[in-house]
Design a protein. Structure first.
Lengths: 271, 263
């Protein structure tokens, strides 16, 4: 690591310590020293780092029926499933419509109409159909991811360089071989660009699903909504913290896969 | 007299493009033949429709009038299987390594991997691309990428090779190197070549005959026989009196066409 890397890392750490320190310190100052429960910055609303850490340890322990780990697992599971189903269906649909003008024209109004529908508005309906469990959350994530991947792949499949197709044809390629060796690799670059937003949106879909999914769906969204019921800011913060970590890990994972599969692109050529 | 076999016969070939509501003529009743094992260059000012002619031979563009016969068969729809094409634009697949780009044609034809590998290795040696087998095109220079494109076309042994300003984007030095390599490869197999360029010296260096087109709409102005001996040395060739004489003669004819554009 270079000196520059270290400096950036130090600054990041310094900011984290400063924010946590200020948070812990400021929420400890009482407005009127003798009166309990009156603060300038009230920990009731935003909790305190020390309280969050205590709650985290408690929720992670075996003392609770539904541990934070089980909830995180449920959230990750639904997100990953919704994501996988969403990208595979979105990719295939994008490829098919991207290479078939007639089909694209036929489906265009339906796709636009469905995509402009706020997906959150579908949550009650999806819950009604698929129940309160894992399936409803997966379906919700899927309805979001599908369109993101679909539109990107569609664009990618349409913008395949015609001369690449021609040169494949001159080399004796059949239509199927052109699809496999030219159209798909070329569209994949576009598809990959949609994966990072897709995983974040899948996570959003799942958490919203968990808001109304209740305990049977489990998950971190359930913890948040339950904490709202008990006015427990610390538990909410724990859930947000874990969600943040999940988001980062998933995004990094996708970057890894992307840089492996797109290693032919100039930006990944540093080896 | 039994003349050489005609591989490509072009008869009264015309092409008009719709530009808004207007019809613009790009190619106007062009006729010439390309014989077996012959290297023909088509030159003309930019916009004269020379690439369009090549695209029509390659079945990429449909003619508006006239006819093209490749080995006696009218060109329609799909390119004839004996025809190869090298584009001006970089058409090397960026997601495939050098080796796998060159192997494409063999892969499409279902050649078994062992033979494929042997022929690819041969082609890589021939093109001087050793050490770059596993490199992706993004890491290569323009000259090397065009070398890969050339070998990719040649590996399937096309009897007829259409080349559309394949070295147009390269610097002079790289261009000369590739001329020498192309001539070397051509001497070995004697493919029938139609080579489109706007660079007259390139045309004379490479070709047996030069078809000179007029400005748009392109008509055949004259067809010039290049009498330089083969095999040719692309570097020393340019200093010979014969080369300069040939150049001067065609330049005279072409000069008028270029002059009005560049004036």
């Amino acid at each position: 690591m270079t000196r520059d890397h270290w400096e950036v890392l130090c600054w990041r750490l310094a900011i984290l310590v400063a924010v946590l320190g200020a948070w812990e310190y400021l929420t400890g100052i009482k407005a009127i020293s003798k009166t309990p429960g009156l603060y300038w910055i009230d920990p009731f609303f935003i909790s305190r780092p020390s309280a969050i850490a205590r709650r985290f340890l408690y929720l992670a322990s075996a003392e609770v029926r539904l541990t934070i780990w089980a909830m995180a697992l449920s959230t990750v599971q639904s997100t990953v499933w919704g994501f996988l189903v969403g990208i595979s269906t979105g990719f295939v649909a994008g490829l098919v419509l991207g290479r078939n003008d007639r089909l694209a024209r036929i489906f265009e109004p339906y796709i636009i109409a469905f995509n402009s529908l706020p997906r959150i508005a579908l949550v009650p309906l999806i819950t009604m159909i698929f129940g309160f469990g894992l399936l409803a959350k997966i379906v919700l994530a899927w309805t979001i991811v599908f369109f993101i991947v679909f539109f990107n792949t569609f664009q990618g499949a349409r913008s395949v360089d015609a001369d690449l197709i021609h040169s494949a044809r001159f080399l004796g390629a059949s239509e199927g071989q052109i699809m496999r060796t030219v159209v798909i690799p070329s569209a994949l670059a576009w598809t990959f660009a949609s994966l990072t937003p897709s995983i974040s949106f899948a996570l959003i879909g799942v958490v919203v699903g968990e808001f109304i999914g209740g305990e049977s769906g489990g998950g971190l969204g359930y913890l948040i909504i339950q904490s709202l019921g008990t006015l427990n800011a610390a538990d909410m913060m724990v859930a947000l913290l874990v969600l943040g970590v999940i988001g980062i890990v998933m995004a990094l994972g996708i970057k890894q896969v992307e840089s492996r599969l797109l290693r032919w692109r100039p930006e990944y050529q540093k080896r | 007299m039994a003349g050489p076999r005609v591989r490509i016969a072009i008869r009264d070939l015309s092409k008009t493009f719709a530009q808004g509501s207007r019809e613009v003529a790009a190619v106007d009743r062009v006729s010439f033949d390309v014989c077996d094992k012959e290297f023909v260059a088509v030159v003309g000012p930019s916009g004269c429709g020379k690439s369009t002619i090549l695209n029509m031979i390659g079945a990429l563009v449909a003619p508006s009038g006239g006819q093209i016969l490749v080995d006696g068969q009218p060109v329609a729809g799909r390119p004839a299987p004996q025809v190869g094409y090298v584009f001006q634009k970089d058409t090397v697949f960026p997601w495939r390594t050098v080796e796998r780009n060159i192997a494409l044609g063999l892969e499409y034809r279902g050649i078994p991997p062992a033979e494929r590998e042997r022929r690819v290795r041969e082609a890589i040696t021939l093109a001087g691309l050793q050490g770059f087998e596993d490199a992706f095109p993004a890491t290569l220079s323009g000259g090397m990428r065009q070398r890969v494109a050339l070998m990719r076309s040649l590996i399937v042994d096309p009897e007829i090779l259409l080349m559309d300003e394949p070295f147009g984007a390269l610097d002079t030095h790289t261009k000369l190197t590739l001329h020498a390599e192309l001539l070397g490869l051509w001497e070995a197999k004697h493919q029938t070549v139609v080579f489109v360029t706007h660079d007259l010296s390139e045309a004379i260096t490479l070709a047996d005959r030069v078809v000179v087109l007029t400005r748009r709409p392109g008509k055949v102005k004259l067809i010039y026989e290049v009498r330089l001996r083969r095999p040719r040395d692309v570097i020393t060739l340019r200093e010979t009196g014969e080369y300069l004489r040939e150049y001067g003669e065609i330049w005279h004819a072409l000069g008028e066409e270029f002059a009005e554009r560049t004036a």
